[in-house]
Design a protein around this ligand. Sequence first.
Ligand code: NI
Length: 199
Amino acid sequence: MTDRFRLLVIAMTLLVAGATGFAVWSATSRAPQTTGSGTALVGGAFELTDQSGNRVTDDDFRGKLMLVYFGYTFCPDVCPTELLNVGQAMDLLGDDGADVVPLFITVDPERDTVELMADYVPSFHDRMIGLTGTPEEIAQVAKAYRVYFARVEPTEEGDPYLVDHSSLVYLMDRDGTYKQHFSFGTAPEKIAEAVRAAL
Ligand code: NI
């Protein structure tokens, strides 16, 4: 009786351990990549126009790391905050940042002309590149980066429209593949540290 009970306890323990192990394994293997590195299919080819009016493609940045942020110049607070963080991260990298290209891609191509981008991006970093394009080109690159954006009509007639958009900073590797992303409000120190580790 005692032996049988002991066997039962051992069997139950093994069963529980096994089930727990499986639950942990399945949770970690199924969990979506919300932060950190991974092989998520983010990024891809694009062809856009920079703030000098030059046509550029993702190929032009091969061999460098890209810090990619999507937003729009009329954004009242989210974009300026995040672009300041990216600019500060670039400052913290100093000379090490020579191999890093900060890109700001607009999700509001109708208003964000080449001229507006030329006025806007240098206030965040002198090496930041602002990219605009046709609505089709912007839709394509946003899709590649899995960026959500949607125009929001103003409640007051005559007010400018807003654009709802996801706000992540993507770190892309020298070959253009996704390395990791930073959620909104990540400290410039954290971004700089991760970029430096990826150099
Ligand atoms: Ni914004």
